[in-house]
Design a protein around this ligand. Structure first.
Ligand SMILES: [Zn+2]
Length: 135
């Protein structure tokens, strides 16, 4: 790729690189697209694994990659990585009706009373939460 940019000969380059050839520059041994580093195919998996750390889901994984790196199918590979990961699927899953209700109303909830009773000898406990909705 570096040679294509330096010689401006795009006959052997992949179409995806040709499409952005005006945005590519060479800096020493590095190829940049704008300010993003174009990395070789053999490093894609490693970059995906690093961006995927913490299982933040598709959007966050793509954001992490896009800040520093570029390759032609970066979005598709990030999506495939997260879609094949169970933990990432849970991050992107819509809230359950109960959690969604609390999420929508948490700003209007007001805690009135919180009481906790523990009976050690019998080993049972009671937690009472009394809330009210603000208008
Ligand atoms: Zn994941």
């Amino acid at each position: 790729m570096r040679k294509c940019v330096q010689t401006n000969d795009w006959n052997v380059a992949e179409p995806a690189f040709k499409a952005v050839r005006n945005e590519l520059t060479v800096l020493g041994k590095l190829v940049l697209r704008g300010t993003r580093l174009v990395i070789p195919r053999k490093l894609h998996k490693q970059a995906l694994n690093l961006a995927h750390k913490g299982h933040q889901g598709i959007i966050k994984t793509k954001q992490r990659l896009r800040t520093k790196l570029w390759w032609p199918v970066i979005d598709r590979e990030a999506e495939q990585k997260c879609k094949s990961c169970h933990s990432c699927q849970l991050v992107g899953k819509p809230l359950s009706p109960e959690r969604n209700f609390l999420h929508n109303h948490c700003k209007t909830l007001r805690l009135i009373c919180l009481d906790f009773f523990l009976r050690v000898n019998i080993c049972w406990w009671l937690l009472t939460i009394l809330v009210d909705f603000l208008k």
